[in-house]
Design a protein around this ligand. Sequence first.
Ligand SMILES: Nc1nc2c(c(=O)[nH]1)N[C@H]1C(S)=C(S)[C@@H](COP(=O)(O)O)O[C@H]1N2
Ligand SMILES: [Mo]
Length: 258
Amino acid sequence: MKPIKSTSTEIDRESLLIDVRHELEMPSRRLFGKHILTLGGLAMLSGCSLSDDKSVETFLTRISRINDHVQQWLFDPNRLAPTYTEAQITRPFPFNAFYDIDDVPEVNGRDFRLKVGGLVQNKQAWSLADLYRLPSAEQITRHICVEGWSAIGRWGGTPFSEFLRRVGADTSAKYVGFKCADDYYESIDMPTALHSQTLLTFTYDGQQLPPRYGYPMKLRMPTKLGYKNPKHIMEIFVTNTFPGGYWVDQGYNWFGGS
Ligand SMILES: Nc1nc2c(c(=O)[nH]1)N[C@H]1C(S)=C(S)[C@@H](COP(=O)(O)O)O[C@H]1N2
Ligand SMILES: [Mo]
């Protein structure tokens, strides 16, 4: 994935506008379909003049935040993402990260302790053995990456809502955040965290989750795009302060529904 915002001081206005148009044309952005609102109309709505690079960037961020609100509002906690049969699993399942497969972090499972923080009653860290004793769940779902590929895989673990219940999470809080063993970090909305298909997973296709797919654990959400699914989770926290995410902070949409 490429950062959407330019990191240089000279922002390439033309490509930013292309990104805005692209956002508008994505199926999940239907409500802002190009037939309903023009770029100019959106600029007026968001109070941006688009007269300089900085206002273009502010404009983009506002559009993205409006999209977050609309997507949260459209999200139906009872709607299930499709599931598939074993025969439909994509083999081999693709690896993806912001780095090469040779640089996958190696986490030592024996010493591993999952940190839990923020708005939870029980901040005690979890060993893998403790996590493996949680009620088990498994599903075969489609993982969709914004880079233009999708693949069907089989993940096993525990319903994330069950984990949140065990740690006494304040489920009226807005966000659940994740810190990973690489420099990755993510955050999700609470309704998605509690969705019945959101699993904290420890296995892939019946085997211990291999390093490339996120050992020791990956949060697997078939209702969200690939980049929202953190691998190599080291810490989970509940908060009302927007935690952002690795790609979100580079201009991607935060809600990231699929
Ligand atoms: N820790 C971490 N999690 C991550 C990423 C990453 O680079 N680091 N990449 C994300 C992206 S963009 C995708 S598509 C999926 C890829 O998961 P896979 O390797 O199991 O296919 O992981 C997501 N979670
Ligand atoms: Mo991705």
